[in-house]
Write a protein that binds this ligand. Structure first.
Ligand code: 89Y
Length: 341
């Protein structure tokens, strides 16, 4: 069995889960870690039996590019483009965490740089791989609720997100890049591409720099009106973090993805209930269960593409369309106008 070798760039909060996700796939192995503070890289390297650690990305790539099948970039958003360019220049395939970059122009340049260097470029966009979202898509494709005219995709939470990821507090653009990149991607996955978009934002938490509420109304090319809401200022009777709750209305019925992965299908004949629990893994943090579980499926999809077995869903080129929506949402909120694509 061929073992695919990779390097991890960035060994912070998320990389432990990302690595655990890779460990579930038997034909892949990390061989080198980079982190700007070497101690963190060393600690994670010990856990994963990785020999080489660096606090300089160029050094890592110069030493190992020839044996690497890909790099997995798990650093903060501002370094994504720089590290992508460095890997592409050495002919190494790139997987990069969402959001791809802070601007549309930079994201486009990343895709073009990888294309010109003839390396594969993927975004680790995992929300669309969540078990309940996949199940919802499958049910929609059966056509039980007929032609869809309206949808609501909601990630509204009061979870103390800054405890685990304090850097999110300092982002000038917070919730639409952090969560919007996921839920706008889910909207594309379920309902296709958008024709126009209008967005309102607000900052409720006075201790953060960016917006923590955003309401985005999309008109999809197929006519569906899709309301995408996100908030980290929501105090709800039942906390939904980290689930995305979805409601889809069609001419023959409604499908709802509710708390605890429950799916309700209502037609004029009545309501049927089913569930779509995420596959459990021992390393998952129960507070992030559905997200952590989807890391494995997202990684598998990307690895299959690197192995030449099938096309990946979340290529850089595909994710550019999600980035287009993210940046259009900011523009719409700033200028208080509808953005037409
Ligand atoms: O960074 C975010 C993500 O990708 O999923 C949830 C999260 O950890 C906090 O919003």
């Amino acid at each position: 069995m061929r073992i695919y070798k990779f390097a991890v760039l960035g060994t912070g909060f998320w990389s432990g889960y990302q690595l655990a996700g890779w460990n579930e796939l038997k034909n892949v192995k990390p061989i080198a870690f980079y982190n700007r503070s070497l101690d963190k890289a060393k600690a994670l390297a010990l856990k994963h039996d990785v020999e080489f650690v660096y606090d300089n990305v160029d050094e890592l790539l110069d030493q190992h590019a020839a044996e690497l099948d890909f790099v997995d970039i798990i650093t903060d958003v501002n370094t994504h483009a720089i590290f992508t360019k460095k890997a592409a220049a050495r002919g190494v395939n790139v997987i990069c965490q969402k959001p791809m970059s802070p601007s549309w122009e930079t994201s486009l340049a990343m895709v073009e740089t990888c294309k010109a260097a003839n390396v594969q470029f993927y975004i680790h966009e995992n929300f669309r791989f969540q078990a309940p979202v996949r199940k919802l898509k499958e049910i929609l494709e059966y056509g039980i609720i007929g032609k869809i005219f309206k949808a609501n995709v909601a990630f509204c939470s009061g979870f103390p997100v800054f405890d685990n990821q304090p850097f999110l507090k300092d982002l000038e653009q917070f919730i639409i890049t952090d969560i919007g990149s996921h839920v706008l991607d889910i909207s594309r996955f379920l309902f296709g591409e958008a024709e126009s978009l209008y967005c309102h934002t607000a900052r409720i938490n006075p201790d953060i720099r960016g917006e923590d509420v955003a309401n985005v109304l999309l008109r999809m090319k197929n006519g569906i009106s899709c309301f995408v809401e996100m908030s980290y200022a929501t105090i709800a009777e039942q906390e939904s973090f980290p689930q995305t709750l979805i409601s889809v209305e069609g001419e023959k019925g409604t499908i709802q993805l509710l708390h605890n992965y429950m799916i309700k299908i209502t037609t004029r004949k009545g309501t049927v209930i089913t569930t779509a629990d995420p596959k459990p893994y021992p390393w998952m943090d129960p507070e992030y269960a559905v997200v952590h579980s989807s890391i494995v499926d997202c990684n598998r999809n990307i690895l299959d593409s690197i192995m030449g077995k099938k096309h990946a869903e979340t290529t850089g080129k595909d994710n550019l369309e999600t980035m287009r929506l993210v940046q259009a949402a900011y523009q719409s909120a700033r200028e208080n106008k509808v953005i037409h694509f």
